[in-house]
Ligand binder design. Structure first.
Ligand SMILES: Cc1cc2nc3c(=O)[nH]c(=O)nc-3n(C[C@H](O)[C@H](O)[C@H](O)COP(=O)(O)OP(=O)(O)OC[C@H]3O[C@@H](n4cnc5c(N)ncnc54)[C@H](O)[C@@H]3O)c2cc1C
Length: 536
């Protein structure tokens, strides 16, 4: 084993970790900083081209490709969970929809210094927004936020009109004063290219004291007398050690961060004792509190051409690639998710509890759900996919062995609580109504897939259990809180009972936010860096 010593070590170059690393080298230019990442470079066209998303979805060169345990609420099905294993983490493979969540998401965390007013400055710090500078937006950040109005598919606009005709408001900015309503998604793209944390933050680093190690898998954090003093990692099957003088920041995401803590002897001792691991700190909540947004897809054949027709035939792929290459225009500049709606299932509640996605394409015959831009269906079609904003069911991530290469056991327990299933039934019915409303109604040829035979509530529930899947937003497995009995980190993101160790990524969210999680993870990265320099 060789030893190298740094002042700060950041584990994982994802949405949060890359920003923590960038800011620390900026705040402390003379400190030695290491960012260590399991995956490899993001220098790939499929990462740069937004519609390359489909090529990354099942690609094990850039993707952890997790599989959950059998989930009771999905009638015993396992779910496929992609996650970025690449520089930039999931921000390099995600669908680029930019949503901050609702103001009350942060207020309801009820954590000192993490209310909406506390986190807004960090959201502003991230963005270079096409709407210009305002109370809600900024133009000086590194992550570009684009308007897709000119490129969005005609069916996308019809979906929004149908939502409005159903009585929902039009919302031109889901990241403004209120999230409620229907509108176009804003995207993390920059002049037709993906705007990820690695491209927008890491590539700007010139500091000689900053080092990135790729293809290095952290196997554990070394703890001595309840102080984190270094990490052990594996490179090409050999073990290495890196020491940390000041702090270690664990940003390996909601699956790997609790796994690494458990492998380091931090977790529920009742579980850890099965694996003959060191026992450093009994924190029963490590890996618990897993939350995610389940969604259910309703597919339709359309009477007019959709993205299926743009992206499936080889000659179109070539034409659109050339258009992207020379002009950075056309359908390859967009995400497959183009519009959505945040809706209240009941008029009496204060904030939307449902998010509906609109995709002007279908991929029902590819055999691989989600592999959309590679194999859209050989007919025209679109998808409406409702999801729950704040599901109440909770799952877990637990190690299965002491081998750091083995995947942990993952179970989100979707629909464990009946209220989540009942809410999804409402979401299904609202989505169906939207599809039956003009103008979208007039563009539908037929319903396709299993929902065409669904009618009463029992059938809807079975359909939901048989076909729901992840929206790729796992959070909460190292959750923030005051009490070490039911949380993992404190409001400074410090692991309870261990010195010099913080967690900063999606796993620290006590409750899932209402919407796509990338933006909140970037905010967590910015805030963590300020906490470390004592400014937040
Ligand atoms: C397919 C997909 C689509 C999505 N679409 C959207 C979207 O449109 N909009 C949105 O807002 N959100 C989206 N998300 C979610 C969003 O991207 C994530 O919530 C966010 O990126 C998570 O950030 P993170 O910092 O917690 O972890 P990640 O970004 O996942 O980063 C963790 C990093 O740690 C590395 N790592 C893990 N284990 C180790 C180890 N042992 N040693 C070293 N390194 C390690 C990983 O390789 C990875 O690079 C999507 C996610 C996926 C997977």
């Amino acid at each position: 084993m060789t030893n190298e010593t740094f002042d700060y070590i950041i584990i994982g170059s994802g949405s949060s970790g890359s920003i923590v690393a960038f800011r620390l080298q900026e705040f402390f230019p003379n400190k030695k900083i290491l960012l260590i990442e399991s995956g490899s470079s993001d220098n790939k066209l499929t990462v740069t081209i937004p519609a390359g998303y489909g090529y990354l979805f099942y690609n094990d060169k850039v993707n952890w490709k997790y599989k959950t345990d059998k989930i009771d609420g999905l009638n015993g099905r396992q779910d496929y969970w992609p996650k970025g294993k690449i520089l930039g983490g999931s921000s390099s493979i995600n669908a680029m929809v930019y949503i901050r969540g609702q103001q009350n998401d942060y207020n309801n965390w009820k954590i000192n210094n993490w209310s909406w007013k506390d986190v807004l400055p960090y959201f502003l710090k991230i963005e270079n927004h096409y709407l210009g500078k305002s109370k809600y937006h900024n133009t000086e950040g590194y992550i570009n936020i684009s308007n897709i109005a000119d490129e969005a598919h005609i069916l996308t606009h019809k979906f929004i009109e149908s939502c409005v005709n159903q009585g929902f408001k039009k919302n031109n900015d889901f990241n403004g004063e209120s999230q409620e309503g229907a509108g176009l998604f804003q995207l993390n793209t920059n002049n037709g290219k993906r705007s990820s944390v690695s491209k927008e933050y890491l590539r700007k680093i010139k500091n000689k004291n900053f080092k990135i190690l790729k293809k290095c898998h952290v196997s554990k954090i070394i703890i001595k007398d309840n102080i984190a003093i270094g990490i052990e990692y594996i490179r090409k099957s050999k073990k290495f050690i890196a020491n940390a003088n000041n702090e270690i920041i664990l940003s390996a995401g909601s699956i790997s961060s609790p796994q690494i803590l458990q492998l380091s002897g931090i977790g529920d001792f009742d579980h850890l004792k099965k694996f003959n691991l060191d026992k450093n700190m009994h924190l029963a909540s490590v890996g618990k509190n897993l939350q995610d947004h389940p969604n259910i897809a309703l597919h339709y054949k359309s009477k007019i051409k959709s993205l299926n027709d743009d992206l499936r035939p080889l000659h179109n792929k070539i034409i659109f690639f050339l258009r992207w290459f020379f002009n950075k225009k056309g359908p390859l500049t967009l995400s497959i998710n183009q519009a959505g709606a945040f809706i209240k299932s009941d008029k009496q509640i204060s904030d939307p509890d449902l998010q509906i996605y609109f995709l002007p394409l279908t991929a029902t015959s590819s055999g691989k759900v989600g592999n959309l831009s590679v194999s859209p269906d050989p007919f025209s079609g679109f998808t409406i996919a409702p999801s729950l904003c704040r599901p109440q069911s909770r799952g877990f991530v637990k190690i299965n062995s002491a081998n750091p290469i083995d995947y942990p056991s993952i179970n989100p327990n979707y629909y464990d609580l009946e209220e989540d299933l009942n809410l999804m039934v409402k979401a299904y019915k609202i989505s169906k109504k939207i599809s039956e409303t003009i103008p979208l109604r007039d563009f539908i040829d037929t319903k396709i897939g299993p929902h065409k035979n669904v009618d009463n509530d029992d059938e809807i529930k079975e359909f939901i259990k048989n076909y729901s899947k992840t929206t790729y937003h796992p959070v909460g497995t190292c959750s923030m809180g005051k009490d070490e009995r039911d949380s993992v980190v404190d409001s400074d993101l410090k692991v309870h009972g261990i010195k010099n160790l913080r967690v900063a990524d999606a796993s620290i969210m006590p409750k899932i936010i209402s919407g796509n999680t990338n933006s909140a993870c970037m905010m967590i990265g910015e805030k963590c860096a300020d906490l470390i320099r004592g400014r937040s």
